[in-house]
Every structure is written in structure tokens, then in C-alpha cells.
Design a protein around this ligand. Sequence first.
Ligand code: F6R
Length: 593
Amino acid sequence: MCGIIGYTGNRNALEVILEGLKRLEYRGYDSVGIAVGNHEIRVYKRRGSVSALESDIRKTSLSGTIGIGHTRWATHGEPSDRNAHPFLDCTGRFALVHNGIIENYQEIKEELRSKGHSFTSDTDTEVIVHLIEDLYEGDILKAVMGAVSRLDGSFAIVVMAAGERRLIGVRKESPLVIGLGEGENFLASDVPAFLKYTNRAVFLQDGDIAVITANSWKVLNFGGEEVKREVTDIPWNVESAEKGGFKHFMLKEIFEQPYAIMNTLRGTSSLYLRTVDENDFERIKIVACGTSYHAGMIGKYVFEEMLRIPVDVDVASEFRYRERIREDAIYVFITQSGETADTLAAARIARRMGHRTIAITNVIGSSITREVDEVIYTNAGPEIGVAATKSFTTQIVAIYRLAQHIAEVRGLAAHDDLWTELRLLPRLVSNVLQRHSEIEDIARTLKTAQNMFYIGRNISYPTALEGALKMKEISYIHAEGYPAGELKHGPLALLTPKTPVVALVPPDRTYMKMLGNVKEVAARGAPVIGVGAEGDEDLIKYVDRTIYVPRTRPIFYPVPISVALQLLAYYTADMRGCEIDKPRNLAKSVTVE
Ligand code: F6R
């Protein structure tokens, strides 16, 4: 989830690109770079902010009317000057910026190394520009087309070549937009990057190659045939453009989940973890806070079911001060930010006790990455809304991948169909997102609620906890998550016709028990919103409103159901006029104990 801007026109490209980068930086990035030059390309890049780069550049005589720029959110290689984009080929003739993940970069890198290419970074991106150099026979467009046909993964790239007046952009599963000006054109990952200059845009589709000059633009497919694309007049101001036209960052991030999950799947497609590959262990201990703790609880069900290994899950602030008994265990710390003080302290303790440790995090170079032996990145991209959404579902996906990996290492019964179905998750999530208006309609019934319950069993129990947390933190409705079987041990006393209950009833081994619980709460007059699998006609008989998610394996339901519950919380909070992206009293990163 990096930011890209490319410019060709008559203005000073440096100014346009710096302005564009500032417009992209609001999401928080770790490094930045720029390449400008009509005849000779000059690159300036560094770790840090756009303003830091700007003060470096102001000391130079960089000029030109064509260029590209990039703000980086690290995926391969830590944030550093040398890993910042743009990258040049060996001859310095081509410069390239990239957003996404190249899965087969190692293989290409080896091949190019054997042909004499040398690399300066740890990134997957750098191979692309060398591949272009390798394939170049006088036509940059042909070389780019040849290069992208070799790449597996997701990418939005923009390429410039010394002496050329055109920029070439390619989109595959990562956004790229052309901005159309008068005597100038732009290529950017996001509209805010060029909105100061024009509001006319062409949104590229997957498999599109854009060729722009100052006065022309065209779009080709990977086969080189020209394709028609609509010009859109963007009605947004800069503020709404930053949110991709969504009303809040949270909603934008909820809608980004298919892409974020795809990135997690890609980034974890071939794990190598000494911690599990070269060590025997009898238990898995998971430690985390808040939403990440809920992902950990889901992990308990996943690992125990798939691997038959006992799993303990601890809230980090509790783990720190409990008696700890040394066991033959590996530790998994889950933290979106990688900066949560309690989780960091817990990781230090586990290490001091001599345990092997793994972190699941979204932020490369964050503090947790220095406290553990190995890291699995979720690659969800920056999350600005305080309430965790895409970071949560991608944590669950990273857990599935870890389970898959341990199963393979241990030679456990092959679950091939299961892992094939895992790859369908982005599609399932898109399907839930398409039902947003139905969910919004149900949210209307919750607008005036003061108390709510979320109930589930088995793996849907932590999903219920997370659903309730989302509702309470952004709508300020008191919402409690409960294991459905616990209701009669106390909470049933609270149920009245004014206490809506969200019941998670996917078809799994607890389905009939859940239906029993639904009848139990309905008998107390509580309005019930049932969340179940598409086509479950029985559920409708017992609940007041139904949210359907597509059918999948029981173990995967937490992902589509959580997306539905995020939308439910979002629309309810919005109808109550709450400040959704910055709920009261909360911070995105909890760096104090
Ligand atoms: C809730 C939320 C928090 C975080 C918690 C841990 O929506 O975002 O509960 O999950 O503060 O944060 P990380 O995952 O950064 O350690």
C-alpha cells in the first residue's frame, strides 16, 4: 500500500511530485523518493518524511518536466534509504516505482544476477527495473510489457526512461489512476495525488497498461491491444479523496479487505520459520491485546483443530504479571502496530525465559520485530481508522497460513482442499461487502439501543467478542460478547425487548445448540439479528433479521462474519452521529502500559 505519483507536462515536475507525495503521506509512510529528468534521470530517496526529502532536494539543482515519486510502506526489506523507491537499472536509464508484492522476485533475481545484474536493495521491486533493462531492445513499452508478463503477484508500477516523454503505468490488483490535465497528465495510485491540478480521471482496470505523454493517453491490455476506458469527473474535494470517496477511513478500510487479504495470502505463500521448521514444541502460546487478542483466540480454535496442539491465549497485560511456568512452547505475539507496550513487554519476558518467539504484525520495522525471533507480516497496508478492521481479518489469515505451514512441516494429514478454499476468502469478503445496504438497513434497528449482546459458540465465540468490541468502541452502545452457552449462567437476566442480540449461527458442529440459544433469547422478547450461511432457510424462522454470508468451511467463517459485523457497527455508529475514525478516549497505538 505505497503511494505513487507520475507526471509529464510543462511544469516543474519536482514541485508537482512533491505536492502529490504530500497528498499521499497522510496515511503515514516510512520512506520516500523521487526521480526527475528529461535527458538524464536523477533520483533522490531516503527513509523518513516527504518534508525531509524536500529539504534535501532544495539544496540541489534537480529539474525537469517529467518524473515519478513514491511514498513507501515497507513490505520486502526494512524502511531504509536503499530500500526506498524509485529504483534504477544498472545503466541508470530506467526508473521505476511499485506498489504491491512480486511473489517470484527471488527466482527472477537469481536469473538476472547470473546475467551480471547487481542489486542495491532487499526489495522485490528492484528486479522489475532490471528485467526491463534486460528485455529492452529500443522500445520501452515492449520491454515493460515483456517484464510484466514474467511477474507473479500484485502490482501497480510506473516507469520512466531517460530521453522519453512518456510514462508507462501497469495495473494488476493494485490501484492506478490516470489524471488528465491540459497539456499535462498524471499517473497515480490515488486521486488526491493530482486533484490540485485536475479532477478528470481514468481508473485503470486489472491488466491495463497506460501510456501517457503531456498531450495524449491510451490504455492497452497485456497483449498490446488498445482498450477503451471511461473518463470520470471526480466530484470529491481533497479531504474526501483521501478517503477514496468513502465517508470515513474505517469504511474505506473495511472495503479494502479483499485486496488486503490477497496481499496477506501472497506474502505468506511460502513461509520459512526456523522456529517451527527446526524445533519441536508441544504447545503454542499466543499473547496480544484488544482486537489482536481476539484474532489470537480464533487462532486457538484453528491450531487446536488443524494441528491438535494445545494452545493458550493471554491478554498481554495479564500475561506480564502472572506466574509463568516454563513449557515446551513457542510464543506467537499478535500486534497490528507492533508498538503496543504490553505486547512488547510480554515478548521480552518470553524471550528471557528462553522461548522461541514469532510476531504477526502489520508494520515492518516496528518495535515487535526487534523483540522476536521471526516475523510474519500481514501486509494489510496502513490502517488509519482507530478501530481495527482490515488488520484483524488479515491477522486471522496469517494464522491460517501459520497453521498450514506447521501442518506441512509436521507432515500432518493433507488438508489440500481446505487450503485451496483459503484462497477464496477475498472473493467471499467481496460478496459480503456487496450486501452493505442490507446491513445498513438492519443497523437502523440498532440506532437507539443502549445495550446489546453478541453470542456465538466455538470459533464464532471470539468472532462475537470482536463484533461487540467494534460496536462498543465506535457507536458507544454497551455491547457484550458472550459464549452462547453461558447466557443462562447470568446474562439472560438482562435480556428485554430493548436488548438486541446478534447471534452468530454458521453451519458448524454447534449449529443446533446455537439455534437453541436463539430460541432462548427470543423467548425473553429480545430482538435477534441472526448471522448465518447463505441459503439457511431455518435460521429465518427464529430470528427477526438475518445477515447472510457466503458458505465456506467452518474454520473460515470468522473472516466473512467479521466483515459483516464491522459494517453493522459502522452504519450504527454513523447513524448515531459518532466520530467514527477517532472514537473518544482511544488511540491507534497504545504505547503506554
Ligand atoms: C480495537 C483496536 C485495539 C487494538 C489493540 C492492540 O479496534 O484496534 O483493540 O487491537 O490496541 O493493538 P495492536 O494490534 O496494534 O497491538
